[in-house]
Design a protein around this ligand. Structure first.
Ligand code: NAD
Length: 330
């Protein structure tokens, strides 16, 4: 199949392009390069375009004879969304309205969408099942949840088949180190810890040491980006053989604390991780872990590289390469 990957020059999207190519399909990347990297586009054509512009997306769909779309494009910084909600509803929700209208106009109706654990807000139970209450606590999560609702309406009203993938914490890097994480600014724990150990960033800030968790630090579910990426290829195949619209969690099901991450980086690198302890940050849930058996049932997917040591090892090898080759940006 010819599959358009919106946001395919970014961290997760570039791994999705590789996984889609590996699964025997043809990826075409559509990205405005606001946060994407030219070096990350290695497995298909790059169309430089903006989802805010409906004509650009419609032209790409027609010219490349696209049969299905993966929508990863958007703004991703939760903290920024609290200061600038308009940006987050525009560049997550409105752009996806444009995309769906353009797809409808050209007769493409299969869509895999990057959703997030942030749709659950602060959940009452962990591990979190897909039918847990949706109560986002920031504009980023709310805009993603709006998109999920939009997909439901396009399913009912326009015959679309859509799969929302609710990622937990995407981490790691391509096992061949061809691509990896490079956000600017970086807000994700694992790269912050690794670059801290490599001496290119200040000591890591650990927020909260008195949570009701085994070591007092917050627990998250880290999922290897290559495992995530494979789920998108399986997701497109699921939809193309008639699979119905649904939403599934993508997590490892393992709870890993901030201190576990620091220890894993020290073990893999043999270097100490400089860090400082701070009070809890407002709005950070103590424990966020996915219940992820639905993805196994629906997609036949299971994580293969998502133990914390493999995630950290792949991320470490990539980060060293990024520094060596001048790809690193703060
Ligand atoms: N990284 C995570 O842990 C995580 C967790 C949950 C959900 N997600 C979601 O996954 C998706 C990908 O995340 P990522 O970490 O790869 O982010 P990223 O910033 O690396 O990639 C996003 C890409 O989208 C492009 N883009 C942004 N706005 C665009 C627009 N209007 N038109 C065209 N292209 C546009 C950017 O240039 C970038 O290449 C995002 O939607 C994010 O919300 C990520």
């Amino acid at each position: 199949m010819k599959i358009l990957i919106c946001g395919g020059a970014g961290f997760i999207g570039s791994h999705v392009a590789k996984a889609i190519r590996t699964a025997g399909h043809v990826p075409v990347v559509f990205d405005n390069m606001s946060a994407g990297h030219q070096w990350a586009v290695q497995w298909g054509d790059l169309v430089k375009g903006d989802l805010l512009n409906r004509t650009e997306i419609e032209t790409a769909l027609r010219e490349h004879k696209i049969e299905a779309v993966v929508q990863l494009a958007g703004s991703i910084n939760v903290g920024e969304s609290m200061k600038d909600p308009g940006k987050y509803f525009r560049n997550n929700f409105s752009i996806t309205v444009n995309l769906l209208e353009a797809m409808d106009a050209v007769g493409v109706n299969l869509l895999v969408f990057s959703s997030t654990a942030a749709v659950y807000g602060i959940p009452e139970t962990s591990p979190i099942p897909e039918d847990a209450a949706k109560a986002p606590i920031n504009p980023y999560g709310e805009a993603k949840y709006f998109v999920e609702r939009l997909l439901d309406w396009y399913t009912k009203a326009r015959g679309f088949r859509c799969l929302a993938l609710r990622y937990f914490n995407a981490a790691g890097a391509d096992p061949d180190a061809q691509i990896g994480e490079m956000h600017s600014p970086e807000t994700h724990l694992i790269p912050l810890v690794i670059y801290g150990a490599l001496g290119t960033r200040p000591p890591v800030k650990v927020f909260g040491t008195d949570y009701p968790t085994a070591d007092g630090t917050a627990v998250r579910d880290y999922i290897h980006v290559s495992d995530l990426a494979r789920a998108h290829a399986l997701g497109v195949e699921y939809l193309s053989r008639g699979g119905q619209s649904t939403a599934v969690n993508l997590g490892s099901g393992e709870g890993i604390s901030v201190m576990d991450v620091l220890k894993a980086v020290e073990k893999v690198s043999g270097k100490p991780v400089p860090h400082e302890l701070f009070e809890r940050r407002a709005g950070d849930p103590p424990h966020l872990v996915a219940k992820s058996d639905l993805a196994r049932q629906v997609l036949g997917w299971k994580p293969e590289r998502s133990d914390i040591e493999t995630i950290v090892r792949d991320a470490w090898v990539w980060s060293e390469k990024a520094l060596r080759e001048g790809l690193y940006s703060e």
